[in-house]
Design a protein around this ligand. Structure first.
Ligand SMILES: [Zn+2]
Length: 435
């Protein structure tokens, strides 16, 4: 049932004109200008994450080139003539959509090259849309390159990829390249609200924000999540139900756990994780939320006015400011760096809960250690002492034995500049924390 419904919504809300494409104005305006001025490129490369409108834009371009309502290509295809309708319904003989993943071999591209020579059957232009083009084999790319070097006048290529680093430069340099952006939280929430409204669903801003945030900028993912939420909640959607179905951890839990890390309170950390596990939350997502939250504290510390750089609009800014104000930049930076570093281990671990507990407990130790300033002063003092013995051999520096600094640093400190000493102080401090 759900699958059928999803198809309906996704198709229903597929953008049909350039103005329908959300968050990609930098691309649609350029394409419209090119079409209006008659300077249309013959090969395009659309790059960006899944579900942000690359294939939709390619189909709209195909309609714009071929719409019969005007004598020449138009930036505003009618969506009613037989050309527009056949492209919309996916049965236009002259618009070929090729999946690069399943047609990746040289034979497929050779076939395409044979086909390209013939004039369009019914439309003005033949349009070849090759999706996931980075999946082509090297031989297939070479064959495609020959076609891109001198395409017949009646042919336009649109290559789409989620991984443009795998597209050879010889190919991409022959295309007009467009980078599709992730859709921002605000635009995404507005778009979802419009869909919900027309489907007769009552939904509040907080719920929309939860869905928008979880979709990570992909409209297709957001539509699919909205579908899931509607199936679960019916016509009245509440933030509690959305957080339940999406496994969103409340902002209070995130703030409580962060406060525990900053206050060196391991007991609270264990309690918060225990209750999240009992409620069946996705711990990996929770860890991501914690990372994002601490990153935001760091951003506020660096630039107190940089609210627009904060990724999470669902959290109370006042609490964040208080937490950020009461800790040093070095502390926040070290905790963030440590937790980021531990993320890969947690993902790999067979017991992710325990790895996560370990990482969070370790992070909260940071406050109980010597402060960075203390370590820095120690190193500076050592540097001064060592400069007196500049010409001695390292083993003659008996003073070193009384220090707590690693042997590696004892031998290298005498020859360091002030910048290098500062860097060393950082290493020693982080060494304490990470060990
Ligand atoms: Zn038309």
């Amino acid at each position: 049932m759900q699958q059928e419904h999803y198809e309906v919504i996704a198709r229903k809300w597929r953008p049909q004109s350039f103005d329908d494409l959300i968050g990609q104005e930098h691309i649609t305006e350029t394409l419209k200008n090119e079409i209006q001025s008659g300077r249309i490129a013959q090969a395009f490369l659309f790059r960006g994450i899944r579900g942000i409108g690359k294939t939709s834009a390619a189909r709209i371009l195909a309609k714009a080139l071929n719409c019969r309502q005007s004598e020449a290509p138009t930036a505003d295809p009618c969506n009613r003539c037989d050309a527009c309708l056949s492209i919309k319904n996916g049965n236009a003989a002259d618009v070929m959509e090729i999946d690069g993943a399943s047609n990746r071999k040289i034979e497929h591209i050779r076939e395409l090259r044979e086909n390209i020579k013939f004039a369009p059957a019914t439309l003005r232009y033949k349009v070849y849309i090759i999706d996931e083009v980075h999946m082509l084999t090297r031989e297939a790319f070479n064959a495609l390159l020959k076609t891109l070097e001198e395409p017949p006048k009646h042919v336009v290529f649109v290559l789409a990829t989620t991984d443009d680093h795998k597209v050879p430069i010889t190919i991409s340099s022959r295309c007009q390249r467009f980078s599709f952006r992730r859709i921002g939280l605000h635009d995404m929430s507005l778009a979802l609200h419009k869909i919900a409204e027309s489907e007769g669903i009552q939904i509040d801003d907080q719920s929309l924000l939860y869905i928008a945030k979880r979709s990570e900028g992909s409209m297709r993912d957001a539509q699919s999540l909205l579908e899931q939420v509607i199936s679960y909640c019916g016509t009245e959607v509440s933030p509690e139900k959305v957080s339940e179905i999406l496994g969103v951890v409340s902002s209070e839990s995130i703030q409580e756990l962060t406060a525990a890390i900053l206050a060196d309170d391991p007991e609270t950390i264990l309690h918060v994780i225990h209750s999240l596990v009992r409620q069946g939350h996705d711990l990996e997502q929770f860890y991501k939320d914690i990372l994002e939250y601490i990153r935001n504290l760091l951003v506020l510390k660096i630039s107190p006015k940089a609210e627009r750089l904060l990724d999470n609009a669902t959290m109370g800014l006042e609490v964040m400011r208080r937490q950020s104000d009461s800790h040093s930049l070095q502390e926040l930076r070290t905790i963030f760096k440590y937790l980021l570093h531990a993320e890969a281990d947690i993902k790999r671990s067979a017991s992710s809960r325990f790895s996560m507990e370990m990482a969070l407990l370790q992070a909260c130790r940071i406050n109980s250690l010597e402060s960075f300033d203390d370590v820095w002063q120690q190193v500076q003092r050592l540097g001064e002492q060592f400069s007196v013995f500049e010409h001695c051999l390292p083993q003659e520096l008996s003073v070193c034995d009384e220090t707590t600094v690693e042997p590696h640093f004892r031998t290298t400190i005498p020859s360091m500049s002030l910048e290098e000493l500062a860097e060393t102080a950082c290493e020693i401090f982080e060494g304490h924390v990470l060990s």
